[in-house]
Design a protein around this ligand. Sequence first.
Ligand SMILES: *[C@@H]1O[C@H](CO)[C@@H](O)[C@H](O)[C@H]1NC(C)=O
Length: 453
Amino acid sequence: MAPLPVPFWLLGWHLAAPSAWAGAGGRAHGVLPHGLGPTVVTPSSLLSVRANLIPSPPTFNSDYGYISWEAYANVSYYTRVLPPVPDNCPTPMGTKGKRQLPDPQLLAERFLLRQKFEADPRGTNLMFAFFAQHFTHQFFKTSGKMGRGFTKALGHGVDLGHLYGDNLQRQHQLRLFQDGKLKFQVVDGEVYPPMVTHAPVHMVYPSAVPKEKQLAMGQEVFGLLPGLCMYSTLWLREHNRVCDILKQEHPTWSDEQLFQTARLILIDAGAALCLTHVPACVLTLQIGGTQTINANVLQVAIGVIKESRQLRLQPFNEYRKRFGMKPYKSFQELTGEEEKAAELEELYGDIDALEFYPGLLLEKPQPNGIFGESMVEIGAPFSLKGLFGNPICSPEYWKPSTFGGETGFEIVKTASLEKLVCLNVKKCPYVAFHVPDALENGSPWGDGPSTEL
Ligand SMILES: *[C@@H]1O[C@H](CO)[C@@H](O)[C@H](O)[C@H]1NC(C)=O
């Protein structure tokens, strides 16, 4: 478990899996999920054009390079927009390039490893990195048992399985079965996730951590990093807070109806946070062109390269074509420089044999941006399809009664990061996805705690 080495939506071929569109007659649902108008600058028509680059129904997967019923119906597969490179091709990438791909360790150390610290010029902070990691781990859950091409997150999208568990049994272990709430514990007067001894679910912790010290959360691996525990704690408090509000409005509702309605409200709030903050934030992540991967997580990058070979991902240039971009003609054109380009040429032999992941990270930054064109052009359609394909975006769902009336509807329409934090902690701190602008405000904490709730 390490901070993501790429913007999360990039790994997103997963997002287009069946349930993201199944209820929609093969289309994205087409209604904006909440008050997106003022915050998302791109017109919705442009968003849906982009989302349409992702096929629905889904097409290929790692075992099926042709349309098949199994690929459609077996939702344990991650779906893919391009079929795998066929077996028995002349070279690992098809017909181009060398007979042997470069050593992943060498690739990572020479081209991806961070050489010196460079602050993100736009000041994106850890609060954002952990938000992204927490959010994406609800749908990026590769199955260790079934293999690299399979996911455990059968909801294939924003279902908050990382809060509620990815199956009913786990959900039930995490629920209090009272007023719709989730189990919790109180430490120093504040609410936290329960211990595993209280909510018996499987969690992944280092073997030295005894059960009495393991927190029980929806996602198995969230005990491994403090930032993930923090977000789990905030969402847990938010769920129980929403349950209290719903119960006040509907004193006769069962535990089940309170739980289910609170879950829908939180799903929408989660999607809203992602949609309203992520376009601004993701675009500020400095990834492309420069080497930014910390030595401690280099193994993750190496793992990604190895996995992409097992999955027989097609070359970077093929993905560029699939998403409406021109294939690069040379490594110089890709990197915008000479030195690394020459080394890459030596290693790969042909620009058309360059692999997907190194291609994304080594692409020269856009003129007024800080990372390559392919990041946005390939990544954005997946996130948009995943979000707009959610049932809460359908006209059937998008109305007050779905959320328990106007009060619940108002919660989803006005969701924000600041509210998620400040309605659930005793004292409202500095809350943002960027470091405080010290120059502008004269103090590292800006204008002090915001009151704009
Ligand atoms: C999906 O496919 C895998 C691989 O063939 C198989 O092991 C699994 O049982 C399938 N799942 C279902 C629900 O059929």
